[in-house]
Every structure is written in C-alpha cells, then in structure tokens.
Design a protein around this ligand. Structure first.
Ligand code: GDP
Ligand code: IMO
Ligand code: MG
Length: 434
C-alpha cells in the first residue's frame, strides 16, 4: 500500500507540479490535501504548458483518479473554469472527484482578503487575494460552507446568511457590491453545484480503496513548508498546513498510510509575497536567477524574490516533513554562476549565530545567511539524463546538499520539460511501483 507525499520544502513554487506529473504515471490516485487556488502548478509537455490551481497534477493521464481532498478550500468558479479549460484542450477530466467535505471560497472571502491586506498597509502579507485565509478562518469558526451544501438550496441559503451576517460590518465599504446579495449568491453557487455535482463524492474512500489495492497514491502538496501556518514564518504564511503531516488530515488517511515523503526544493530559493528570506539577493545574481529561472508567480504574475540555497531552512523542512527523498529542481538555472554559495547557518542580531532554524519571529526577520562557497560549472546541463554525465562541480553541489540535509536525492530537474530530469539509481525501484 504505497503512499507517497510530494511536498514543497521551501516557500512554494519548487516544481511540485512537474514532479507530481512525473510520478502520477504509475499512480492509481493523486490527491490534493490542502490549500486552494493560491497554488499554481506548472506542467510542461512538449510545446504545451498547463497551469493547475485546483486540479491535481495527474489529470493529464486519461481517466486517472484525481481527487480534491477535504482539506482543500475550493472556489467553485475557478474549478468550473479549470475543468472547461481542460475540456477545450481535449483533456479527459473523467477521473476528477471533489470531496463533499471541502470548504468553499465565497465572494465575501475574496473581498475580506483584499480588505485585510489593504488595512495592514506596510505590514501586509502579500497574499494571493484568493480568499484563502478568510475561508480557513470560517472553517475554524464553524461558519464554513462545504461542497455538499451546494446540493441543497435551503441549507445553502441558510448557511450563507449565517456566515455573512457577522461580516457585514467588516465589508461595509463593499455593501453595495451585487456579488454580496444573498439571493444572487445562492443562485450562483447553486449553478456551480449543478456543474460540479457529478464530481462530488467521499474522496477518502477512494484513497482507502487504492491503498487497499496496493496502488500508488500520491498526496500532492501545495505551497511549501516555510509557508506552513504552524511551522513556517508566521504570520507571513498561508492559512493551511502544506507539510506532509497534513496529508493525513486533508485526505482522510492515517500516518501509516504514507510510506515515502519527498520534499521538492529548487537549487536556490524563491519567495513570492512578504516575510523573511535570509538568503535573498538584491543584486545582479538575484536578478539573473529571476531572469533565467523565469521566476514570475504562476497565480498572480508577481516577480518572485530570489536568493542562494538556504540549507538551514531545508534541513528544518527535512525534519518537519520527515523527508526520505529530495527532488532538486532547476539545477540548470545555476549554470554559469561561479562560485556558488549555500547558507549553512544564519547570523542574527547582536552577532549571534544560528545553526538551526530559529523559532522567534524577530530573529528570523533579521537573520542573514552565512555561506560556504562551492565551485560552479559552465557546461549546459539541460540535456544531461544521468548523474554520471553531470559536470563534477554540479555533482559536488548536489552531494553537499544531500549530506548537509541528511536526505538522499531522488531526482534532479535540469529544465522545465517532462524529460528534463535525472533519476537517481535509488529511485528506479520506486518508479517501478505500479
Ligand atoms: P509548483 O507550484 O511547486 O508546482 O511550481 P511552479 O509551477 O509554480 O513553478 C515552478 C516553475 O519552474 C515552473 O515554471 C516549471 O515549469 C519550472 N520548472 C520545474 N522544474 C524545472 C527545472 O528543473 N528547470 C527549470 N529551468 N524549470 C523548471
Ligand atoms: P504553490 O502551490 C508560492 C504565498 C503568497 C503569500 C502567502 C499567503 O504554487 O507553491 P495566501 O493567498 O495563501 O493567503 O498567501 O503565501 N503563497 C504562495 N507562494 N507558491 C504558492 O503555491 C503559494 N500560495 C500562497 O504569495 O506570501
Ligand atoms: Mg506554484
């Protein structure tokens, strides 16, 4: 009963979509377990580029069971548009299923997200403004509206009324917005309900069935470990738990159902939005990483902040997620930068140094990377498919990472394409799992 969790080991956008797509070929089920359409997962197949916000990155295999788990917050309009977009491109979406227990993002969640950010001013988080935080807040407050509520007009209207009343004051500037009209909202969401009804089911059961049948289940994470609401750089985080442990809660399985946990990490770091990034580069090298790596947000189009690889944060991510494999993406982007640097500790305020990830917000805000220099390489590696064919310095860079973090590298990305990947010898047996 193999369960494989694929999670972000940094601040999101590590390339989870690509790795999930690669592994999904052998999987029975791919399930998203948290987050919402704040995510943007890119898959490149030849000349075709797909960007998924809600639909799991296994959907390109016809009929593959792709589940949106109970832990996800779901904007039904975004999902309906995503399904339509795929149908227009002749992608078979018959394997898609949506948990009846997933929570719905409502129009007022998006307005509250915008209003909250505006109110914070300079202290803003830099959210995607997709209503993620307010939706999870309503879930915790037990005022959430779930996918199953779409199917009953009376219940839907009652629940929207109960959820919206406490927000009227906060939304006063938007009082006249037509999208806040109770009747129109109920009508709109009923229409989404009709469109999504064929997909709505008990997704946990489908995961259990696959596990019982010994089929591979991939738990596809969104965002990344350092954006985790409990373990990340709070309050500059998302409102869910992108760590591997949350795969259990958000897909409805127990910890023993997950056998392998792979952390996806870029060969450097990026971050979209505000918050600490101890290895950030405000110089030409940072700009170079952004340019060569195409570091623009998949969901919001914002430029991503770039920096040297942060091994302090990565080792922390390895511990929090109990990683037993690292997927290192975008090694190709480092080609030509010589020497390279990796952060092995932080310097903090008043000359203090930190070998491990500091829990205190004030320290994290002032933390700066202390580096080890490693020699770079100049050869084009985008066509390399075997570790042995990588330049010696690229191999040494990977070995340094793996040794420092204490986790074996299972694969390396050398370009956005599906084939631009180097599998490690140790991963090959896992590839054979059907
Ligand atoms: P995700 O949110 O973790 O799925 O990542 P995104 O899709 O937001 O961002 C990753 C970007 O890097 C996408 O544009 C991918 O096509 C691209 N990508 C993934 N792996 C590689 C790689 O190994 N090399 C390069 N150059 N690009 C990659
Ligand atoms: P994927 O799955 C990168 C960031 C936002 C912001 C913070 C909170 O593509 O890796 P939110 O809208 O979630 O309340 O915003 O989290 N963020 C992401 N950054 N990749 C993502 O998803 C992200 N999802 C949210 O930029 O800093
Ligand atoms: Mg992304």
């Amino acid at each position: 009963m193999p369960g494989l969790a694929i999670v972000g080991a940094q601040w999101g956008d590590e390339g989870k979509g690509k790795i999930t797509d690669l592994m999904a070929e052998q999987a029975g089920v791919v399930v998203r377990f948290q987050g919402g359409n704040n995510a943007g997962h890119t898959i490149v197949r030849g000349d075709e580029v797909y960007k998924f916000h809600l639909i799991p990155s296994g959907i390109l295999y016809p009929g593959k069971l792709c589940l949106i788990g109970n832990g996800v917050v779901l904007d039904p309009k975004v999902l309906a548009d995503e399904i339509e977009g795929l149908k227009r491109r002749d992608v078979d979406t018959s394997g898609l299923r949506v948990s009846a227990n997933a929570h719905l993002i409502m129009p007022y969640h998006m307005l509250l997200d915008q209003a909250g950010e505006a109110r914070l001013g300079d202290l803003r988080i830099g959210t995607t403004k997709r209503g993620i935080g307010p939706c999870y807040a309503d879930k915790a407050a037990r005022l959430g509206i779930r996918v199953q509520d779409l199917l009953d007009e009376k219940i839907l209207k009652q629940k929207i009324y109960a959820a919206m009343e406490p927000k009227r004051l906060m939304l006063r500037p938007f009082e006249k917005e037509p999208e806040l009209d109770l009747h129109a909202m109920t009508e709109d969401y009923r229409t989404f309900g009709h469109r999504l009804e064929p997909y709505i089911t008990d997704t946990s059961r489908l995961v259990w069935d696959a596990l019982d049948d010994d089929r591979l289940v991939i738990f596809e994470g969104a965002q990344g470990t350092l954006l985790d609401i409990d373990n990340g750089t709070y309050p500059f985080v998302t409102s869910s738990n992108p760590v591997a442990g949350a795969a259990c809660v958000g897909a409805g399985v127990g910890p023993r159902d997950i056998n392998d946990v792979w952390g996806v990490t870029k060969a450097y770091v990026t971050r979209v939005g505000a918050g600490p990034l101890p290895t950030e580069l405000d110089d030409e090298i940072g700009a170079h990483l952004g340019r060569v790596g195409g570091e623009v947000g998949t969901t919001t189009g914002r430029p991503r902040r770039c920096g040297w690889l942060d091994l302090v944060a990565l080792r922390y991510a390895a511990r929090i997620n109990s990683l037993n494999g690292l997927a290192v993406t975008k090694l190709d982007v480092l080609t030509g930068i010589d020497p390279l640097r990796v952060a092995v500790r932080y310097s903090g305020p008043e000359g203090a140094t930190f070998d491990s990830f500091p829990y205190h917000q004030s320290i994290m805000h002032k933390a700066r990377g202390e580096y080890v220099e490693l020699p770079g390489w100049h050869e084009d590696i985008s066509g390399v498919r075997r570790v042995a064919d990588l330049p010696q310095n690229a191999r040494a860079y990977l070995e340094y990472i793996s040794e420092f973090v204490g986790v074996p590298i299972v694969l390396v990305g050398v370009g956005p394409g599906r084939d631009q990947v180097i599998w490690s010898e140790s991963t090959r047996p896992l590839q054979a799992v059907a």
